[in-house]
Design a protein around this ligand. Structure first.
Ligand SMILES: Nc1ncnc2c1ncn2[C@@H]1O[C@H](COP(=O)(O)OP(=O)(O)OP(=O)(O)O)[C@@H](O)[C@H]1O
Length: 387
């Protein structure tokens, strides 16, 4: 069902519009307002999928309605209806954010087409906002400890630059989260963020994964395939567990960094790429360099900015906030009501040895929610939180 509001002072035009729209599609629910003021009042109270709005009206004209709606519900598309003599105004309303305009008397095809396109676009905008909310909800960075605050500040400063960033820290401390925000807060956020877990890909496949291959480059290469660098063009590539990459892949990554070019495996044709690299590792890369497992020149290229994510043990003050956050999320995932943790239970969790891992804290919270009492007690923590 699409709710369409017509704001028009001329009853005859309203009648025509209602007739055209309702006859066109059963799922159009058409509501009428006879002046701008009552139209805006309706929009404040109800959600509409589309507004058709006359320009010349007493009390509040169409341009004023448009400006008001852009402030209160910017996602609602507005199609202006222009009469003789206000065509220029109609064209100008597009600059103020009107979706389109139609002229009086309304041309049937043009009207229906515009309505259809505007409704489709509205659906897309809403879906997009919903997805974005969902994604950023998954990526919330909880914590007010000096360590996390410093990381957040660093992200704000570094993200909008093109600088390469190396994120280090133990497993499950939030390195991927940092990488996500570096991308989101950069000018590249409209482009793709492509993640490659270098530890999860067998050494003999990593080059083809990163740079692609041409047909026949190796036995199973039965067609040309683009690699992750090409896929990340215009965006960010996140090389997770970069310390686990083979030396030969490292050499190729270095070249991609130096020359902004890649070659698919089996081809000598250069492909230009415009990619920002963010890398992460839980390894001590300096040690890997001294042992000959990691190229020093690559290290210096990757670690223009270094962000160290500290283990949870070094920011215990964030634990109650994290427990609260996970409790909320788990309750909504399970569709159950939210449990509380007693102060003593929280204190005990704060004293645990977390070896750095936030993922583990989440699992423990989930276990306690399932197994613990209505208010999770210190005793529940003693019984169920042990690893
Ligand atoms: N500050 C935080 N606030 C909320 N959730 C967090 C925070 N840090 C990490 N998490 C969550 O903990 C989990 C592990 O984080 P993430 O995957 O970013 O860690 P990682 O260091 O990249 O891990 P790995 O080294 O294993 O790849 C994720 O579900 C993430 O959303």
């Amino acid at each position: 069902m699409s709710k369409i509001l017509i704001i028009e002072d001329e009853a005859a035009i309203r009648r025509v519009l209602v007739k055209i729209l309702t006859e066109e599609n059963d799922s159009y629910q058409v509501i009428e307002a006879e002046d701008g003021l009552s139209g805006v009042e309706l929009i404040k109270k109800e959600d509409y999928d589309l507004v058709l709005c006359d320009i010349k009206m007493p009390k509040m004209d169409g341009v004023e309605v448009l400006e008001a709606v852009k402030k209160i519900k910017p996602e609602v598309p507005i199609v202006m209806i222009s009469g003789h003599g206000d065509l220029d105004t109609a064209v100008n309303t597009m600059r103020l954010g009107a979706f389109d305009y139609i002229s009086k008397p309304p041309d049937l095809n043009r009207l229906l087409n515009t309505v259809r396109i505007a409704l489709d676009r509205k659906e897309l905008v809403v879906e997009n906002t919903r997805l974005k909310k969902k994604v950023s909800k998954n990526y919330e960075m909880i914590g007010e400890s000096p360590a996390i605050s410093q990381i957040k500040e660093m992200i704000e400063k570094v993200a909008p630059t093109e600088a390469r960033v190396l994120i280090t820290g133990p497993n499950g401390t939030g390195k991927e989260l940092v990488a996500h925000w570096l991308h989101q807060k950069s000018d590249r956020s409209k482009g793709p963020m492509i993640e490659v877990n270098c530890a999860a890909i067998p050494a003999e496949l990593i080059e083809s994964e990163l740079f692609g291959h041409v047909k026949g480059a190796f036995t199973s290469a039965n067609k040309d395939r683009a690699g992750k660098f090409e896929a990340a063009n215009g965006g960010t590539i996140f090389l997770d567990e970069v310390g686990d990459m083979s030396l030969s892949a490292q050499a190729k990554v270095l070249r991609a960094l130096q020359e902004n070019k890649v070659q698919r495996v089996g081809s000598d044709k250069d492909i230009k790429v415009n990619v920002r690299i963010v890398a992460a590792t839980n390894k001590d890369l300096k040690k890997e360099i001294s042992e000959g497992n990691f190229r020093e020149d690559l290290y210096h290229r990757l670690a223009v900015i270094l962000i160290k994510v500290p283990p949870l043990n070094d920011r215990r003050e964030d634990i109650p906030l994290l427990v609260d956050y996970f409790t909320n999320r788990i309750a909504s995932e399970h569709g159950t009501s939210q449990k509380k943790f007693s102060d003593k239970a929280l204190k005990l969790l704060q004293e645990y040895d977390w070896t750095g891992n936030i993922r583990e804290l989440r699992n423990v919270v989930e276990r306690l929610i399932i197994l613990g009492a209505a208010e999770v007690s210190e005793n529940d923590v003693k019984l169920f939180a042990s690893k």
